[in-house]
Design a protein around this ligand. Structure first.
Ligand code: ADP
Ligand code: MG
Length: 527
């Protein structure tokens, strides 16, 4: 049972929407939205707890990631979906900050309900929230700490983003890999860093590969496995002849002719292998004829068949190869080049690592873990960290975490609010309250009394210590920069934007219902 709304999470899974017509539609929507937000609340921060999700087929998943929880829940209620979408939008935009965004939505909904109950119109609330956002945009750069590209803070950004994601044992190791990866591809599109987990080993054995890894086995036992400086051919077709080509309909009258045909066929396959063996490594989209395999092995070529399209694309990027579909038109410039190819074995699976020598190259963060589910959590944590470091590098500044920024924003918004005319002032204050839900929730997960912590934090901030937050790992109030708890501005901005959008959408829904009621015109709309 949710402590706040009195709604059991199962209520938001079933579609009791009809009941909304009996009750006030808007308060039902707000209650559902808040109940969804409450589900992920306890996962926030380093001391956030895991959620176990069970599907009907008996499958289980354990996760600490707010977005994963909500995307796996079967939410049917439209208002619940709006809140769950906040997490997926946040994930798509900046990866990290999904739980924060959802918790903010829940608390903005709660604040909005209070304002609505006090007779404040939803459009006034909306205007007030947007004024608050505008002010947040001005304030965040003032709270931020400038960083440089070679700053050690980048590693702290990575570590903060990986917080609470079950990777604690290897957090230092992983965050230095993440920073190294980002520096290698420096400010290029995030796509250049591939995050890949394999189901064997321990997180500390994770490594950075300058290049890409594909899951493939060579097609012939006599092929070499490790080659330095290879040229690479990506062939987008089959290395076979269809029957019509290889078996011309010759009328065999003389037994000697039979031999000739076989010789002819062999010659054709050998020609094919000869052409292909311009390259040291060949990746074939389709099938390779047994005889061609044999000739290629003889020539010392390493070949793979049935290479899936995604792997082909990765190799094309990593080696600067072109996909060739017609052997007659094959030229040297179509071939890619790698620093080396090397066979890698993880558990029962065989992989090939292509060390890239394009500059700046493709890099792979190869994550190791004993189980698939730890691997999944690691992938999420590391992806969040990669994006956070890239964003921090781009922005050249970071915010103190652990609730410090939220406390500071709330403090300044409250002091500005007095100067705002009209009822929007109340909405700006409500917005400040909502922001404080973040430090409040962090305190609760860390086993500290939220009121004590909030009071203590406010005192520090009033005295000008704007980077003071709650270190949730130790449970004490401290300078967040000294504890290495720092995060990008854009993650915070995105969370606030999507939380306000979702809240306003839900709060407005009642207006639409009221507007369609012709017997009782909505005076606010007419005025
Ligand atoms: P989200 O999905 O919103 O990223 P997380 O579970 O990753 O949720 O928690 C992020 C929050 O945890 C941020 O407010 C961040 O500042 C805070 N945080 C991270 N590390 C610490 C720490 N050591 N102490 C206190 N807060 C922390
Ligand atoms: Mg996070």
């Amino acid at each position: 049972m949710s402590e706040r709304t009195g709604l059991h999470p199962s209520n938001i899974l079933s579609e009791d929407i009809d009941r909304a017509s009996d009750r006030d539609a808007r308060s039902m929507n707000i209650a559902v939205g808040r109940a969804v937000a409450d589900v992920v609340k306890t996962t926030l921060g380093p001391r956030g707890r895991d959620k176990m999700l069970a599907d009907q087929g008996g499958g289980l998943a354990v996760t600490n990631d707010g977005e994963t929880v909500l995307s796996m829940m079967d939410i049917e209620h439209p208002a619940g979906k709006i809140v769950a979408d906040v997490a997926s939008t946040q994930k798509a935009e900046v990866s990290d900050g999904t739980t924060t965004a959802v918790i903010l939505t829940g608390s903005l909904l709660k604040e909005s309900e209070r304002l609505l109950d006090d007779g404040i119109h939803s459009t006034t609330i909306e205007r007030g929230y947007h004024q608050a956002i505008d002010r947040v945009r001005e304030l965040l750069p003032e709270i931020a700490i400038d960083i440089t590209a070679d700053s050690g803070i980048l590693q702290e950004v990575a570590a903060t983003a990986m917080t609470g994601k079950n990777v604690d044992v290897a957090r230092d190791h992983l965050s230095s890999l993440v920073v190294e990866a980002v520096r290698t591809v420096d400010q290029r599109d995030g796509d250049d860093i591939v995050v890949e987990s394999v189901g064997s080993g321990t997180p500390k054995e994770s490594e950075l590969l300058e290049g890409v890894l594909i899951e493939e086995e060579r097609i012939h036992d006599h092929m070499p496995y490790n080659i330095d400086d290879p040229t690479v051919l990506v062939y987008g077709s089959d290395l076979t002849f269809d029957d019509a080509q290889s078996d011309p309909a010759i009328d065999i009258t003389d037994p000697g002719q039979f031999e000739t045909i076989i010789e002819e066929e062999e010659r054709q396959f050998r020609d094919m292998a000869d052409e292909v063996s311009e390259a040291d490594v060949v990746l074939v989209d389709g099938n390779v004829d047994d005889m061609v395999m044999h000739f290629l092995a003889e020539e010392g070529v390493l070949a793979f068949d049935q290479v899936d399209k995604e792997d082909q694309r990765a190799i094309v990027r990593a080696t600067d190869a072109w996909v060739v579909s017609d052997l007659d038109e094959l030229s040297d410039s179509d071939l890619g080049h790698a620093r080396s190819v090397e066979r890698r074995i993880f558990g029962d699976d065989e992989y090939v690592a292509f060390a890239s020598d394009t500059d700046p190259g493709e890099v792979t963060l190869l994550l190791r873990s004993g189980t698939e589910h730890v691997g999944k959590e690691m992938e999420i944590a590391v992806t969040d960290a990669v994006d956070a470091v890239e964003i921090a590098l781009e922005e050249g500044a970071v915010l103190p975490g652990g609730g410090a920024s939220e406390i500071e924003l709330a403090r300044q918004l409250r002091s500005d609010a007095d100067a705002i005319d009209g009822r929007e002032q109340l909405a700006v204050e409500a917005f400040a309250n909502a922001l404080e839900t973040i430090p409040r929730t962090l305190a609760r997960t860390a086993g500290r009394d939220p009121i004590d912590i909030l009071t203590e934090l406010r005192t520090h901030h009033a005295e000008g210590a704007i980077a003071t937050g709650l270190d949730a790992t130790t449970g004490d109030v401290a300078e967040m920069t000294a504890r290495g708890v720092v995060e990008p501005l854009r993650v915070k901005n995105a969370a606030i934007d999507s939380a306000v959008d979702a809240t306003v959408t839900i709060v407005r829904i009642d207006d639409m219902i009221a507007a369609s009621n012709f017997n009782e015109p909505n005076t606010d709309i007419l005025s």
